[in-house]
Design a protein around this ligand. Structure first.
Ligand code: F6P
Length: 363
């Protein structure tokens, strides 16, 4: 096998705290340990299609591990295999993957590292099948990738949501209100569960356990009998009542998963206020969960992932994703990583622990 001389790197999908720490780790490992040149494509797969890149060197990646966002930019819209454009006022989808592969060849890249969630890793797998050596790095605040114990960015999002709950507690208590905090997570309830447990929520609602409004209200009323005239509810954006559907806020054309969830928090607060007469308010935490710098755990995990991704390419491995198993870094086939999303097991010890504390899941 010829030694690797040049690699490409891109960040795809929604941004996430820790992306810059991965970029830094990849670049430093490639240059310091192997003398490999690193090219960063701008705005995810769009940069690969448009051949829009920057050279990454030690100076460029210095001092960025603690910063939020991605110095390369990203997008969760552009899939080279179904590339969205508007032509003559009409929406058109084209397969631009060969254009992207030509760019890889022209630049003389020996491999590509794709930092992304399930959408970007699906695309990465398709490129790998077309002959591009690919290593994936699992990124998402949602923590919903099945082939790794933790994705980087998740614990930072939990930290943000937990801090929000601390603040909501004081105002909820002052006004004797029900405070609903809507958090992200798509079709999985990891952020809601961890933030709710950490932030002392009274009710946690997640997609994995469709809720009964009666049960939520029972909990609020029970607290009243204990003279606790306020309640804190964390609701995942993908939560739904047993007799209802998830609330969709918008559709995003060109996205791997065009559905954007959002709005269940407002619906729930309205339902509670109408039924109980208790003043209820909603806070939608939204993209604050993705913004800002990573907490130390995510800086370290991102760094470990970045180093391992380079070593995978150097070892000649492709179509794999670096992952965490028993707190050690390993790798799994990409196809395994994208097979299904990881949902919260409803009988997991953490759900049972929350129930033991009296937290209601609305079931
Ligand atoms: O996957 C990360 C995530 O933040 C989800 O939790 C959320 O549903 C979605 O992305 C929001 O996407 P957008 O940035 O397009 O609003």
């Amino acid at each position: 096998m010829e030694p690797i001389k040049r690699i490409g790197l891109l960040t795809g999908g929604g941004d996430c705290p820790g992306l810059n720490a991965v970029i830094r780790a990849v670049t430093k490992t490639a240059i310091n340990l192997h003398g490999i040149e690193v090219f960063g494509f701008l705005d995810g797969f769009k940069g690969l299609v448009d051949n829009n890149f920057i050279k990454l060197d030690l100076e460029r990646v210095s001092g960025i591990a603690h910063t939020g966002g991605t110095i390369l930019g990203t997008t969760n819209r552009d899939n080279p295999f179904r590339y969205y454009t508007i032509e003559d006022g009409k929406e058109v989808y084209r397969d631009e993957s060969d254009r992207a592969i030509d760019n890889v060849k022209c630049l003389g890249l020996d491999g590509l590292i794709v930092i992304g969630g399930d959408g970007s890793l699906n695309i990465a797998h398709l490129f790998s099948q077309k002959g591009v050596p690919i290593v994936g790095v699992p990124k998402t605040i949602d923590n919903d990738l099945s082939a790794t114990e933790v994705t980087f960015g998740f614990y930072t999002a939990v930290n943000t949501a937990s801090e929000a709950l601390d603040k909501l507690h004081t105002t909820a208590e002052s006004h004797h209100r029900v405070m609903v905090l809507e958090v992200m997570g798509r079709y999985a309830g990891w952020i809601a569960l961890y933030a709710g447990l950490s932030g002392g929520a009274d009710v946690i609602l997640m997609p994995e356990i469709p809720y009964h409004l009666d049960s939520v209200i029972e909990k609020i009323n029970y607290r009243y009998t204990l003279d606790k005239k306020f309640s804190i509810i964390v609701v995942a954006e993908g939560a739904k009542p047993v007799d209802g559907e998830m609330v969709v806020s918008k559709m995003v054309a060109g996205s791997h998963d065009p559905i954007r969830l959002g709005g269940i928090g407002q619906k729930l607060a309205n339902d509670i206020e109408i039924t109980t007469g208790i003043e209820s308010r909603v806070t939608v935490l939204g993209h604050l969960q993705r913004g800002g710098g990573p907490i130390p755990y995510d800086r370290i995990l991102s760094t470990r992932y970045g180093v391992a991704a380079v070593e995978q390419l150097v070892a000649g491995n492709s179509d794999v994703m670096v992952s965490l198993k028993d707190n050690a870094i390993t790798s799994v086939p990409l196809v395994e990583a994208i097979r299904e999303i990881r949902k919260v097991p409803v009988d997991s010890d953490i759900v049972l622990a929350a129930k033991a504390l009296g937290i209601s899941f609305g079931d």
